[in-house]
Write a protein that binds this ligand. Sequence first.
Ligand SMILES: *Cc1c(COP(=O)(O)O)cnc(C)c1O
Length: 443
Amino acid sequence: MNTEKKRPAGEDLDAMQRRMYEAMGISGEVYTFGERILDTLSSRFAEIDAVAQYNQLKVLHAMQEAKVSEACLQGTTGYGYNDLGRETLERVYASVFHTQDALVRPQITCGTHALALALMSNLRPGDELLSPVGRPYDTLEEVIGIRPSRGSLKEYGISYRQVDLLPDGGFDYEGIAGALNEKTRLVTIQRSKGYQTRPTLSVKRIGELIAFLKARRPDIICMVDNCYGEFVEPSEPSDVGADLVVGSLIKNPGGGLAPVGGYLAGKKEWIENAAFRLTSPGLGREVGASLAVLPSFYQGLFLAPTVTAAALKGAVFAANLYERLGFSVLPDGRESRHDIIQAVTFGNPQMLVAFCEGIQAAAPVDSHVLPMPWDMPGYDSQVIMAAGAFVSGSSIELSADGPMKPPYSVYFQGGLTWPHARFGILMTLQKLVEKGLIKVDFS
Ligand SMILES: *Cc1c(COP(=O)(O)O)cnc(C)c1O
């Protein structure tokens, strides 16, 4: 090997990279500012890579153990009886999450549907649902009936109780013990903060909460809304006592390739209940044609650990970059990560818009369109959203949104590759600089 050639070639690549960034609209000062931030992140990135390495082997091991074969990539049509690929994929998911069973289907339309399915199939009239971690994700309020809604759990005589987190983000153990009663049947624990300002729960903290609940009531079902959390840590909530974990395939576990779908993994009995609810009593999991989606489900799961790592690097980069510029960021630049969502608070509507314009301008699809605030149904203020995704609405792809009201925070997530996430974040900064809203000054 000719080692003498290495240095000039390396310098050349650096110059090529700067020129390419410039051609793509990133100024020298913005590029350099990003470089300075990146210089401080090598140990964080090494940690993220180590988790991805572990999770990659976990997924690979599950696929080998389940004997995934070429025949598994063929889908079925019609009723979908004897769908080898579907059945094997469900064994792979069960193995990845270390659960008895799993249900992974394109007929589960999104994360909300997967969660609603888990709840509606495992609760019966007269039962009570408990959230010991405060208000659940927006869309679940209608599933539960916190906001009146057609077909909600409430309409079926299933009641709901909630115990908020303490002001410091801790669990209100006293309140939780007091909320448990003879009707309590299922406890829902949301891992990610979603669009709230509370901290995201680590797998360890979820385990502590479940241990507390099970010590008092071993019979209750502990379900975790795992959206945005998959593969962020080396273990999952099902490794620390969760009876059921639920999520969306157009987030982390679909690896950006799954075009639709949701999953439930957990105890056999709870999964069977969900299958009979998803299709029909008497039919359960035996029907449900997989059509042509199986290759993307398998390949997406295979890529999910590294895609999640790319999204995490983007989140850590953005946190450190915007923190350095004086903005409040959640999580902060140093905190350990338990989901892929990053919030930045601008306190200024123009900045929120400029950020979203940057994400959109950096997209592989629809980069030429301008995101604009609009009146989205179900929200009490206008919302701005940026997404230029291969899969519509996919939030494992680089995307951002924020309500147009104080404190003007943007929530951003995703990035199928780290180079793209890096470019997208630099483009947000470029838009802010171009509009004269901030100055980059690394001093
Ligand atoms: C995204 C999300 C959901 C709902 O998923 P959809 O696919 O948008 O319906 C539920 N809970 C959490 C925490 C989420 O992040």
